[in-house]
Design a protein around this ligand. Sequence first.
Ligand code: PEP
Ligand code: MG
Length: 600
Amino acid sequence: MSERLLKGIGVSPGIAIAPAVAVRWTLPEVPHHVVSRSQVEKEVRRLRAAVRDVKRHIEEVRARAAERAGPDEARIFDAQLLMLEDEDFLAGAEDLIRENHLTAEKAFEFKALEVRDLWTATGSTRLKDRLADLNGVTIRVVRHLMHRSEDDDWEQITEPSIVVTKELGPGLTVQLDREHVVGLLSEEGTRTSHAAILAHSMGMPAVMGCAGALEKIPPGTVLVLDGTRGTVLLDPTPAEITDAQGREQRRRALAAQLEEVVAQPSVTADGVRIVLMGNVDLPDEIKAAQAHRAAGVGLLRTEFLITSHSTLPTEDEQAAYFRRVGEAFPNLPVVIRTYDLGGDKLPPPFRVSWEANPQLGWRAIRVCLDEPAIFHAQVRAALRAAAHADIRLMIPLVTRIDEVERTRAIVAEEGDRLAQSGAQAARTLPVGVMVETPAAAVMADRLAAISDFLSVGTNDLTQYTLVVDRGNARLAERFTPHDPSVIRLLKMVADAGRAAGKPASVCGEMASEPLLAFLLIGLGYETLSVAPPALPLVKWTVRQISAAQARAAAESALAARTADEVLDILRLTLADAVDLKLLDPDARLPAGRRAASLNV
Ligand code: PEP
Ligand code: MG
């Protein structure tokens, strides 16, 4: 069984059962010819023409993506278009033609390799995601120059199939014929890959980060791809197929059941109200958060305002967007997270110099405080929107007290300035701290004293506590936000908030997972901000459990030695209240143990 079961990262839920088709979206072998001096300018013109043609083609693909997946998703092609408009890049390729007499295709390939090496060396997830874009652009331009654009393998798919590939670029994902392609599997990629975002919004089950998939899966092999569990089963028996179909049916039945829960109050069986807010990364998610009755936005990520554009957004653009989100949730809070740039979020208009360890480098609040023009504009935009809605501000990646003090001073200064100028703006707004480093968790009492609220970013808190790169597929097993070390920090933060009389909430992905949301409630968190699609399931869980039971489970979990022990405790406790299989498809109760034996 074990050779038949491959494990990856489930990035888009659902089950697909179909034969595999290998799609090798690869660069053709480019022969190493040299051109004569008289041919050089002709090669340069050929390169320019190819870039122009490919750009036009990507614009067409972009329009198709807009139709299929929506305008925001289509914007991911902007990164590829930007690369084709990058004059430095093109001038570099032209220099290679002029100086070394290379053919247009060889020059483009070399230049792309140079950039690839540079980006790989940074180790940044955001640049790794952009490598897929760079690769896609290179393949297209080189194939075009070699007149090979016709052999795009995916166009040959005519039967229901699961596409197996090394790297899934957004270009490939969106061009796949949805009538016939029923699932996606790739060797590389993480949850944050552009293609993962697209697959999710297209509702296509997908597994990424599945090492060796192309080699282990001969074309034509029937697969059961489970995008919820992140697994792929080769050559399933009839019984295994029936089992998979049963799982998919249960998943759908639960989704239907959950729709009913959306209108009901978010209260535990013993009467504790849990406030469920939504995380919004892209404007499209506002609708999903509203439809699922989010009690406001607990995390408004602002980086998207930059990542898909070639220039920084203006103060007016930001103010309009913040106001739009605020007004979408009347009388409810909207928490704007100030730019979390750098690290794995490096947008094209914001060039920074190379860093050996970007996750430990110039990131988030450090960037904002060093770039006053950018930061002040964002603070002003938030104050202006706060004249129309309940807007709050929170600061990512805080590690020091002075970062909060300096931000508050900027808010005060801009509040005064706006008031003096007579602009329509709030005089001030609540400023909170994102607790996403061990330093901030340990200092939570001090940070609570000088801020209005705390919000735990468990994605980064886990990354920095366990020293596990959150975007590294190879380390995915080690990325355990329920590790006893992380939950002890979470407890410290909840206690510090309560002692200071300042609300503490959680906005990392951990809050979107029902089993872990149960743990967070037990640790004392009464406000969770979750991914909009997860809102119904989390609310349903809240309504099944009691806060007393959650507190008892959390107490046992705090005394556990390992992350696995914590999971066992949570599963055993919840098993009494909830059908665990619905919440957590991997759930297996430890043999012979009952909840009662754990005293919960
Ligand atoms: C987090 O780190 O948990 C978080 C919510 O912020 P982001 O995922 O954007 O880094
Ligand atoms: Mg974070």
